[in-house]
Write a protein that binds this ligand. Structure first.
Ligand SMILES: Nc1nc2c(ncn2[C@@H]2O[C@H](COP(=O)(O)OP(=O)(O)OP(=O)(O)O)[C@@H](O)[C@H]2O)c(=O)[nH]1
Ligand SMILES: [Mg+2]
Length: 294
């Protein structure tokens, strides 16, 4: 038995959470095409006959513009010191910029194996892949550079194979049926947040927070209350939509995910509340984060 802790880091929107979900073959982390989708470090524990790999998906590292951004960055950095191996994910279809160098600089002080995943190869040519491998090779002493598409299970299997070379522990840390550190409340509120991110435009900021307030298990169904907090009245209007169309759509799709998670019928109640300057209230965030995540 080989085991170890692996942190998945990188800039926003490169596919870190998609990677975790493909490896785990289930929806552990929510995904959107918008930056800063992930707000918490989320653990996904991969088990097979010969190994146990504890993955930690992290918020995208970026130049912070506000307190929430700073808090997200520090969550990602924190894991770097705490794990055995680091998987750095980059989007191969994007031009390398100061943001990538910013992340790689953070790795220079630590003495741990770093594997580079060049993700989204489905979007680029073979020549581009070769070119990028060379560029990154010159930039840092990566243990492995693996071009792949994290949407493909076959591709992530290749990553797992490489990772196993760098696992040094021989302890089984968790039971076979333990797959994540997050609870049901967390997943429910995240599923709702995912639908909001997917259905609304960029004018809806990422500081939207969803909180699972109540889960009532009934005889035939489970009733769930989720509170959506926004900063401004006009955002509340957007989320509710014309004649409640938007909130209805968010509700229907979230409910499907929640029913999948709980394996039974669900009645979902969504509430929207405006709390001005929500983004500045980091204390609030941490408090609610605590409620939802620990
Ligand atoms: N074409 C293509 N798209 C991908 C691939 N992997 C992820 N994506 C898309 O990239 C977008 C971002 O994916 P996420 O997994 O949410 O990215 P992330 O790195 O977790 O982003 P943050 O949580 O914001 O840091 C989504 O729209 C995904 O569907 C891939 O291999 N190919
Ligand atoms: Mg993510």
């Amino acid at each position: 038995m080989k085991s170890g802790f692996v942190s998945i880091i990188g800039r926003p929107n490169v596919g870190k959470s998609t990677l975790l979900n493909t490896i785990m073959q289930r929806k552990i982390a929510i995904i959107s095409n918008k930056a800063q989708t992930t707000r918490n470090n989320i653990m996904g524990i991969y088990h097979d006959e010969e190994s146990q790999i504890i993955f930690i998906d992290t918020p995208g590292i970026h130049k912070p513009k506000h307190n929430l951004g700073k808090a997200l960055n520090s969550k990602a950095y924190y894991t770097i010191n705490d794990v055995d191996v680091i998987v750095l994910v980059v989007d191969i279809s994007e031009k390398m910029g100061t943001g990538d160098k910013f992340v790689i600089d953070k790795l220079k002080d630590i003495n741990k194996p770093v594997l580079l995943v060049l993700n989204k190869i489905d979007k680029v040519s073979k020549e581009m892949i070769m070119k990028k491998i060379k560029i990154y090779n010159d930039l840092y002493d990566f243990k492995e550079i693996i071009p792949l598409s994290v949407i493909s299970k076959k591709d992530t299997d290749i990553l797992i194979k490489h990772l196993k070379k760098y696992l040094t522990d021989e302890i089984k840390y968790y039971d076979d049926d333990y797959i994540t550190d997050k609870n049901t409340e967390f997943f429910i509120s995240e599923y709702v947040r995912e639908k909001i991110l997917n259905y609304t435009n960029d004018e809806v900021p990422h500081a939207i927070t969803c909180i699972t307030e109540n889960i009532k298990v009934g005889k035939d169904a489970t009733e769930v209350d989720v509170l959506i907090i926004v900063e401004r009245e006009n955002l509340k209007k957007i989320i509710i939509g014309h004649q409640g169309e938007m909130i209805k759509k968010i509700g229907i799709d979230s409910r499907k995910d929640i029913e999948n998670l709980l394996g039974r019928k669900v009645y979902l109640n969504l509430f929207v509340k405006t709390v001005p300057k929500w983004r500045d209230k980091e204390k609030y965030l941490l408090e609610f984060g605590y409620k939802n995540n620990e």
